[in-house]
Design a protein around this ligand. Structure first.
Ligand code: SAM
Length: 281
């Protein structure tokens, strides 16, 4: 299958009168080798249903069509969503494998088919919420690769007690093991972005508990990182009615109350949430 190069990307954009929108993070990839590499990294298996958020002009979509049993895409921009089946019919031998949904990815809570792999060059301004939302609503997602701004990639894949570690790292770890998967040259985009991009790969693992426990755990995480430089007993004092009760809850959960949130991995945050439940807090 022929993929989209710089000439095709410009031709399509001109024909659709598309001026790439910064607020929608529209930077289109025009390098087929990079698209094929991203799809290879995602490790698609026979029968996989691949989900792409923000297919744009279809660069990555066409590479996904070569490998996946079915490709489902969610694109917010109607002009791009309407054009995609036409582009795919021109380039793919099996255009029926594509389903296009013209919606905001943050607003969806189901799809006509449950995806098993996520592959996306995510819109930069909403990359973390979109990534976490997909992990949350599709337990069927087994693995995937997303391209994001380099700093965001470092944050998503960070380990505790590093300067990159924060809310995105610890929340993503509820659902998945997340690792860095390489740098992408900014020259493969049109328009060329101001920031570097990186790939992030993930593999789902068993979640530590149900949705009620997740929500409780995430509320504790948000508080712990809202005052990142503070010790946990102080950062969580409002939740427990003072730093002495906070210290008691933390100690009861087996967590040193003088630590900062950035020292805790997801299982430590889960221990606090479980202890809250056990003591009826
Ligand atoms: N996948 C294409 C590529 O690699 O060339 C385009 C990637 S571009 C970085 C991001 C795409 O996401 C754009 O097509 C944009 O219109 C779309 N987009 C932005 N916000 C979105 C949202 N909330 N939901 C769905 N798509 C969105």
């Amino acid at each position: 299958m022929s993929l989209l190069g710089p000439a095709e990307i410009r031709e399509l954009a001109d024909a659709l009168e598309i001026k790439p929108s910064k607020s929608l993070g529209q930077n289109f990839v025009h390098d087929g080798n990079t698209c094929r590499k991203i799809v290879r990294t995602a490790g698609l298996q026979a029968g996989d249903i691949a989900l792409e958020i923000g297919p744009g002009l279809g660069s990555l979509t066409l590479a996904m069509m070569e490998e996946a049993a079915h490709v489902i895409v969610v694109e917010i921009d109607k002009r791009l969503a309407d054009q995609l089946p036409i582009t795919v019919a021109k380039h793919s031998e099996s255009p029926e494998k594509l389903t296009v949904i013209n919606r905001d990815a943050l607003q969806i809570d189901s799809l006509p088919v449950d995806p098993t792999v996520l592959i996306a060059n995510l819109p930069y301004n909403v990359s973390v919420p979109v990534f976490l939302h997909m992990l949350e609503i599709f337990p069927t997602l087994r693995s995937g690769v997303v391209m994001v701004q380099a700093e965001v990639a470092d944050r998503l894949a960070a380990s505790p007690s590093t300067k990159e570690y924060g809310v995105p790292s610890v929340k993503a770890a509820w659902w998945a093991d997340v690792t860095g998967a390489g740098v992408v040259s900014r020259q493969i985009f049109w328009p060329v972005p101001n920031v570097e991009s990186k790939l992030v790969a993930f593999t789902r693992r068993a979640t530590p508990g149900d949705e009620a426990l997740r929500k409780r755990t995430f509320a504790i995480i948000d508080l712990a990182f809202a005052q990142r430089r503070k010790m946990l007993r102080s950062a969580l004092s409002a939740r427990y009615g003072g730093s002495a009760p906070a210290e008691a809850v933390l100690s009861g959960a087996g967590i040193d109350p003088t630590l900062r949130g950035e020292a805790l991995d997801i299982s430590a945050f889960v221990s606090i949430a479980r202890h809250e439940l056990a003591i009826g807090s």
